[in-house]
Design a protein around this ligand. Structure first.
Ligand code: FES
Length: 115
């Protein structure tokens, strides 16, 4: 069994596995995480739950550095997790980095990753 510290990072896949203007889901024991790739190739990660009514943000439309929720069209900022415009709410931001073509998520947010 690997012992991780809260400062470690876990490889969750290749950058190329996340489509431009799209997302992939990482399943963890503490809930799904949506990993996004913008049209400019920037990588972000958020809890896969809209702050409105828990819609799956990973199935939303990615534009600029935001995602439009597929359920009721709230726009969530990918960098802050905050709802934009007149809507109020926030989803959790997950530490993420891309290194040598691989995506790594911060271990502290991944306790109990299952797949
Ligand atoms: S659940 Fe996302 S906008 Fe309603």
């Amino acid at each position: 069994m690997t012992a991780y510290t809260p400062h470690d990072w876990i490889d969750v896949g290749a950058v190329e596995d996340v489509p431009l203007r799209g997302a992939r889901v990482v399943h963890t024991a503490s809930g799904d995480i949506a990993v996004f790739r913008t049209g400019e190739g920037k990588i972000f990660a958020l809890r896969d739950r809209c702050p409105h009514k828990n819609g799956p943000l990973s199935q939303g439309i990615v534009h600029d550095d935001g995602v439009t929720c597929p359920l009721h069209n709230w726009v969530i900022d990918l960098a802050t997790g905050q709802a934009r415009g007149a809507d109020v709410g926030c989803t959790g931001v997950i530490p993420v980095r891309a290194e040598r073509g691989r995506i790594h998520l911060g271990v502290a947010a991944l306790a109990g990753r299952v797949a």
